[in-house]
Design a protein around this ligand. Structure first.
Ligand SMILES: [Zn+2]
Length: 241
């Protein structure tokens, strides 16, 4: 026995057959992403979303209860088994992870995650949602602080490198960054233009900021989560409330 249970079972030759190539081509697509967190490396199994209602297919390297029941055949792995094998590093494939239309988080899944954050972080998530809502997908940025550190491991946000774009979302004028420079970089070249100064800060002071985007599967629920946070933390200076 080799140490690759997928190839030991299915062999190495069949994967070049046109029918298999088509399953392999589907397996690498975003739409064949497994359910978030369902990959069990020890048991070598995972779940795939069947619809947006939480129904799933269970897939191992050798069996799948996907839509064609049985999905695949005694002589042929289905796209789910190929994808599982790729996720486990047992079969070559440059697979994309991301916006599986069946993988969007529901508001009832997202709200408890937000509510579990400390209040200061919840308010930041509200601010990010507001930016996202009014300006589309943009990077969010805040000055690094212990009180916001829980956002770094918050499952609805992806930490990204600090960029000038992210800093533009944080500071509206060049002077707004001066208090931070006073504390952290008294010798910063403040005479630079706003754009160049922000670039200098992104290059030299990256530890001073946290930058994020929302994860792709938190699209559908954003609006409902924003409404939830707005009730909890009203904008006090907004006359309409
Ligand atoms: Zn299948």
């Amino acid at each position: 026995m080799g140490n690759n249970p997928f190839l030991d079972y299915w062999g190495t030759e069949i994967h070049k057959d046109p029918a298999h190539l088509s399953s392999i081509a589907k397996a690498v697509k975003k739409d064949t992403s497994p359910v978030r967190g369902s990959l069990d490396k020890e048991k070598r199994m995972c779940l795939f979303p069947a619809d947006n209602c939480g129904n799933v297919y269970t897939t191992t390297l050798f069996e799948c209860n996907g839509p064609s029941r049985p999905c695949g055949s005694p002589t042929r792995p289905c796209k789910h088994m190929y994808r599982l094998a790729m996720e486990l590093g047992l079969f070559d494939g440059k697979f994309e992870t991301g916006v599986n239309k069946n993988l969007q988080l529901s508001a009832s899944e997202a709200i408890p995650l937000v509510d579990a954050l400390p209040y200061a972080c919840q308010e930041k998530v509200k601010d990010f949602l507001y930016i996202c809502y009014s300006d589309g997908d943009r990077p969010f940025c805040i000055e690094a602080s212990d009180k916001y550190a829980p956002l770094l491991s918050f499952p609805l946000l992806s930490p990204i490198p600090v960029s000038t774009d992210a800093l533009y979302n944080l500071y509206s004028t060049k002077r707004d960054i001066f208090p931070l420079l006073d504390r952290a970089a008294p010798n910063a070249p403040r005479e630079l233009s706003k754009k160049k100064l922000f670039q200098w800060c992104a290059d030299n002071l990256s530890d001073m900021f946290y930058a994020f985007t929302f994860v792709p599967d938190f699209r559908r629920a954003q609006h409902t989560v924003y409404s939830h946070l707005l009730k909890k933390f009203p904008n006090l200076d907004d006359d309409t409330i």
